[in-house]
Every structure is written in C-alpha cells, then in structure tokens.
Ligand binder design. Structure first.
Ligand code: C5P
Length: 235
C-alpha cells in the first residue's frame, strides 16, 4: 500500500507522514531529504548548481544514504551523519537548483519507485509523490497552510536546531521555494486530482494524523500488512 502526502514546506506533511507511518507500523520516505542530501553533496563537490549533467551524476553516484524506519530517518554523506545538516538554511537556499534538474528528478523518482516496490507499504511525502512518482498510489493527500503559518513552523524548527535566522528570512525562503516548486518545468508541486486536501493552518499535528488515519480507514484499506511491520531499509 502506497500512501502519498504532498504539499509545500511547512504544511506539516513531514511530521504528519512520520507519525502516520509509525502509527501504521510501516516506513515513511521523506523525499525532501533525498533532494537535500543531493544538494549537500553538490555543495561539497563544488558542483555548478546549474549543470544538469553534473547534478544528475551526483544524484546517481554520490555517496549519500538514507536509513528509513517507521520512527526515524537518518541521512549520511560518506561516513558523516548529515541528518541535521541537510535541514540548514545553507542547504534550503540551494535545493531549488537540485529540484529543477530533470536528471536529478529522473534518478530520484526511479529510486523512490524502487523503494516502494521493495517495501510494498510506505508513507511517502514530498512535492510530486501523488503526481509524478506514484500516480497509481492507493491513497493521496495534499496538505497546505497559509504561508505565514508555514513560515512560523519552519522558523521554530530552525531555532530549535540552533540556526541564526529571522522570521523574515524564513518567509522569504518559503516564498522563493513555493514559486520555483510550482513553476518548474519538471514535476512541479501540484495537487493530484484524486487527492484529499487538508488545510492544516489551524490544526495541530495530532489532529492532522487522526484525520489522515480516519480517511485511510474509511476507504477500507488494509491498514497494517503484517509482513511489512517494522520494515527497515537502507538506500
Ligand atoms: O520537504 P523539504 O522542504 O525538505 O524539501 C526540500 C526541497 O526539495 C523543496 O523545496 C523542493 O524544492 C524539493 N523537493 C522536490 N520534490 C520532492 C521533495 C522535495 O522538488 N518530492
């Protein structure tokens, strides 16, 4: 069973996806972490961020790995744990180049589908999971919230991570990412036509998770395939 959750940054989809997956006992895939890992790898390789072939090569051959489980996701680059570093503003400010690269997207979507086949059941979240990556997903969600609320959420996360940022900088970064994510030529951020839309502006995370869970249950989907409980994969 493939459950997709798409939406802009700060819509609450990452936390909701992680908690929903934990509740269902299946892994979750944070596809933003894949784009972020490739971004960090490209920065460290001093790659030209507008060179599609160079970026695609890093996406294909870079020494980055994601360790997925129902309650955690760890990202490594070489032998370094970069789980936190990929969330920094230094990386966030450059992801749009990597996200706009057709070669990178081809490679990452292919990897996402491979992971889906390997796991059989997962919650996957990003910008294009219900559209480009898994158009035949069993159930699709699209989460959104006002830009002010999304910026506030990201700002508090960054502060908690010890970043020295202002709310205005975060708001500006979200505006830029919203624009480039929805206007890029390949796999733009879009609402899948068959998705359930949820506005999380005035909702708490537990409320969002409850609503996702109830929606899945009301569709009569097989909630926790026993063979996939606690599946754990390293890619
Ligand atoms: O979700 P998160 O903010 O971590 O994603 C980082 C960036 O990766 C986004 O701004 C977006 O440009 C890109 N992304 C994407 N497609 C996805 C997931 C993320 O283009 N499926």
């Amino acid at each position: 069973m493939i459950i997709t959750i798409d939406g802009p940054a700060g819509s609450g989809k990452s936390t909701a996806a992680r908690k929903l997956a934990a509740r269902m006992g299946i892994p979750y895939l944070d596809t933003g972490a894949m784009y972020r890992a490739v971004t960090l790898a490209a920065i460290e390789a001093n790659a030209d961020l507008r060179d599609d072939a160079a970026l695609a090569n890093i996406a294909r051959q870079g020494d980055y790995h994601l360790d997925l489980g129902p309650t955690h996701i760890r990202v490594t680059l070489g032998d370094r744990d970069v789980t936190e570093e990929i969330r920094s503003m230094r990386v966030s400010e450059r992801t749009r180049f990597i996200a706009a690269s057709p070669g990178v997207r081809r490679e990452l979507i292919e990897r996402q589908r491979r992971i889906g086949r390997q796991l059989g059941a997962m919650v996957t979240e990003g910008r294009d999971q219900g559209t480009a990556a898994f158009p035949d997903a069993d159930i699709k969600f699209f989460l959104d919230a006002s830009i002010e609320r999304r910026a506030e959420r990201r700002y508090h996360e960054l502060l908690a991570d010890g970043e020295d940022v202002t709310l205005d900088q975060v708001l500006q970064n979200l505006r830029e990412r919203d624009t480039t994510d929805s206007q890029r030529a390949v796999a733009p951020l879009a609402v899948p036509p068959d998705a359930t839309r949820i506005d999380t502006t005035h909702m708490t995370i537990p409320e969002v998770v409850e609503l996702l869970y109830d929606t899945i249950r009301s569709r009569g989907l097989n909630m926790v395939p026993a063979s996939h409980r606690d599946t754990h994969v390293i890619i």
